[in-house]
Design a protein around this ligand. Structure first.
Ligand SMILES: C[S@@+](CC[C@H](N)C(=O)[O-])C[C@H]1O[C@@H](n2cnc3c(N)ncnc32)[C@H](O)[C@@H]1O
Length: 310
C-alpha cells in the first residue's frame, strides 16, 4: 500500500477535533492513515494514538511511526478496547477521538478480502484476520431463520427470506465459497430489479455481523466519552443508518440531564449530562467532495463535546 486513503470530510473533521498544542488525540480507525497524516501535519505539538485491527493498516502506519516517532503511536486492536489499551500506555484521558467507521478503500478494493460483490474472491469479510468466523462459514452453515434475521436486521433487506431460501438451496448442490457465487445467488433470487442494491445490503449485513460492528461501536463510544477530558471532542463519521442511529442515540442520551418519565412531577433520576452536541444535524459532504470521492456519498458526521462533570 503506497497511496494514502482520501480522507472523507477532512477539513470538517480537523475543525471538529479543534487540535491544540500539548493535547492527546486518538484516530480510532486508522485505515489508510489519511486523517492521521493530516492531524500530524497540522504542526500542532500533539500526541496521536492510532487504532486499527487490520494488519494492512498496521503496515501502512509504519510510515507515520518512522516520521513522527515522538508524536505517533499505533495500536493493533479492536477499538472496543480503546480504554484498556490507552491505560496500558499510561493514558487515562484524551482530548479528541475520531471514528471514521466501516471499511477502507483498500479493504474494499482487494477482492481477496471478500468485502466487495463486484470482484471475485473468497467469502472472507474479516477485518481482523485473527478472528475465526468468515462469511463462507455463515452462508454454508447457518439456518434459514438465522440468515434471514441477519439480512433483515443488518441489511434492512425486504427480500431477506427469499435470498436466505436460495442460499440454502444452492449450498445443498455446491458449497458457496466465493463472492461471485453469492452475488449470482442474490441476483437470481430477488423479484425486485434492483440487484446491485440487494447485493450491497446482503454484503453489508454479513460484514456487520461477522465483525460485530454494532456491539463494538456502542462499547467504544461509551468508553470514549468516559475518557474524554472536559472540552474534548468526539467526532464520528457513519456510512449507514444503523451505525448513525447508534451514534445519534448515544450522544442524545449522554446530553440529557434527566431521564425521568414526563409524568413525574419532579426529577428523581440523578442523571448527569456529560455531552454537549455540537452538530444538531449531521454534517454531510459537499457535491464537489462526492464527485471527487464517491465513497463519501453516504457519510454523516456527528460531533459532541465533553462537559465539565462534577
Ligand atoms: C473507513 S476506514 C478509515 C479510513 C481512515 N480514516 C483514512 O483516512 O484512511 C475504517 C477503518 O477502521 C477499521 N475498523 C473498523 N472497525 C474497527 C474496529 N472495531 N476496531 C479497529 N479498527 C476498526 C477498519 O479496519 C478500517 O481500516
Amino acid at each position: 500500500m503506497k497511496e494514502y486513503h482520501v480522507p472523507v470530510l477532512l477539513s470538517e473533521c480537523l475543525e471538529a477535533l479543534d487540535l491544540q498544542d500539548g493535547k492527546i488525540y486518538v484516530d480510532a480507525t486508522f485505515g489508510g492513515g489519511g486523517h492521521s497524516k493530516k492531524i500530524l501535519e497540522s504542526g500542532k505539538d500533539i500526541k496521536l494514538f492510532g487504532f486499527d485491527q487490520d494488519p494492512d493498516s498496521i503496515e501502512q502506519s509504519k510510515i507515520l511511526t518512522e516520521k513522527y516517532p515522538e508524536k505517533f503511536i499505533m495500536i493493533k486492536e479492536n477499538f472496543a478496547n480503546i480504554r484498556t489499551c490507552l491505560a496500558l500506555e499510561r493514558i487515562k484521558k484524551v482530548d479528541g477521538i475520531l471514528f471514521d467507521l466501516g471499511v477502507s478503500s483498500h479493504q474494499i478494493n482487494d477482492p481477496a478480502r471478500g468485502f466487495s460483490f463486484s470482484g471475485d474472491g473468497n467469502l472472507n469479510m474479516r477485518m481482523d484476520q485473527d478472528s475465526v468466523l468468515t462469511a463462507a462459514d455463515i452462508v454454508n452453515t447457518y439456518s434459514f431463520e438465522e440468515l434471514a434475521k441477519i439480512f433483515r436486521e443488518f441489511g434492512e433487506e425486504k427480500e431477506a427470506g427469499r435470498i436466505a431460501n436460495s442460499i440454502i438451496l444452492e449450498r445443498s448442490k455446491k458449497e458457496i465459497q466465493t463472492t461471485l457465487q453469492l452475488s449470482k445467488i442474490i441476483e437470481n433470487s430477488i423479484i425486485s430489479k434492483k440487484s446491485i442494491k440487494a447485493k450491497a445490503r446482503i454484503f453489508q449485513a454479513l460484514r456487520i455481523y461477522i465483525n460485530k460492528e454494532m456491539e463494538v461501536l456502542e462499547i467504544a463510544l461509551n468508553d470514549s466519552i468516559k475518557i474524554l477530558n472536559p472540552g474534548g471532542r468526539i467526532v464520528v463519521i457513519a456510512y449507514h443508518s444503523l451505525e448513525d442511529r447508534i451514534v445519534k442515540n448515544i450522544f442524545k442520551y449522554e446530553a440529557k440531564s434527566c431521564i425521568c418519565p414526563p409524568e413525574f412531577p419532579i426529577c428523581v433520576c440523578d442523571k448527569v449530562s456529560t455531552l454537549k452536541i455540537i452538530s444538531r444535524k449531521p454534517i454531510v459532504p459537499t457535491t464537489i467532495e462526492i464527485e471527487n470521492n464517491p465513497r463519501a456519498r453516504s457519510a454523516k458526521l456527528r460531533i459532541a463535546q465533553k462537559k465539565e462533570v462534577s
